[in-house]
Design a protein around this ligand. Structure first.
Ligand code: VAH
Length: 314
């Protein structure tokens, strides 16, 4: 049985739906701190504070769990507003999950992020192995988490797998507390308000990925032959890079009088510390990774689906 921790989040919701599709609703237990969101109410659910190790062990025993997708974390922007909570939640929860891997869990997935890179990391085609001096709490916690994953793999043979997500864009679940989340908000605002106030500068280039590609990559990595995986910290993966101005112009192809204004806030410094683009040749080599969505295809898919979803609420 599979346990998804953080199943009500932006990625957790979509991963839960996909895992239930692949392995059967009853075999995927969703969990989060809060009660279940509508999209995942069709299957087994546990309210779980992953900081509580005994509660985690209880859920694992009750449902006979042998795989865990641990997605719960505080993201970059919210983390800067609450550093100690972000560090405590992001690290304690991961160590709780890794400890379960020592005796009873056969495979663990844990997401890292391009936030592990910092201002002195090479910004263009950032390599798999390079200088990593993150200056956000979120990035520090993800870098430390990568080190712990590799440690538990090497010392205790825990089969934990990870990838460094770029900004993720999807329409099924709203994101929370990220710096790249402008790229989700802009679609909602285009449809509902025909105008958007962007908290980043127009030319802020960031690595991004459509949600379906991120979900597929995650499942593919978890299904891959373990002997093929040369990276046990976390894999670089990449799909596209774009700036607010580029995505704005793409949306204008369908909404010609869509207006945007730029009022950069504290999240500009976070974005400036991250790469412009990512080199993912190791993931392509080890487990055949390749993306399907570029900016045009993502924009078309987002607008098609959100117009249906939102027009009824207009
Ligand atoms: C954030 N969406 O903005 C997350 C992600 C690379 C960015 O980690 O914090």
């Amino acid at each position: 049985k599979i346990l998804v921790i953080g199943a009500c989040g932006q990625l957790g919701t979509e991963l839960t739906l996909k895992l239930r599709d692949l392995f059967g609703v009853e075999n995927v237990i969703a969990s989060d701190l809060r009660e279940a969101v509508d999209l995942i109410k069709d299957g087994p659910y546990e309210q779980l504070d992953v900081m509580d190790k005994s509660r985690l062990d209880e859920v694992i025993s009750t449902h006979n769990i042998d795989q865990i997708y641990h997605l719960a974390a505080i993201l970059s922007a919210r983390g800067e507003q609450n550093p100690m909570l972000a560090w405590d939640l992001n690290m304690t929860s991961l160590l709780n999950v890794l400890e379960t891997g020592r005796d009873r869990i056969s495979k663990i997935y844990w997401p890292s992020s391009i936030a592990v890179f910092g201002p002195d990391t090479p910004m263009v085609q950032t390599p798999q192995t390079t200088v990593m001096n993150p200056n956000t709490v979120y990035g520090i916690s993800k870098l430390a988490g990568e080190r712990w994953c590799e440690y538990y793999f090497q010392k205790y043979k825990v089969d934990v797998r990870s990838m460094r997500y770029p900004g993720l864009i999807g329409y099924k679940a709203k994101p929370g507390g990220g710096t790249t989340d402008y790229a989700v908000d802009i679609f909602w605002k285009a449809i509902l308000d025909n105008s958007y106030e962007c908290f980043l500068k127009p030319d802020t280039l960031l690595p991004m990925m459509y949600m379906d590609d991120a979900v597929k990559a995650t499942i593919d990595l978890m299904q891959a032959d373990p002997t093929a995986l040369k990276v046990r910290s976390s894999y670089n993966i990449s799909a596209m890079s774009f700036s607010p101005d580029m995505i704005y112009r793409e949306i204008c192809k369908r909404y010609p009088d869509f207006q945007i204004e730029y009022n950069p806030d504290f999240r500009q410094q976070i974005a400036d510390s991250w790469p412009d683009s990512i080199a993912d040749d190791q993931a392509r080599e080890d487990w055949n990774w390749s993306p399907s969505f570029d900016l045009a295809k993502m924009t078309e898919t987002m607008l098609d689906n959100l117009e249906v979803q939102l027009v009824s609420t207009k």
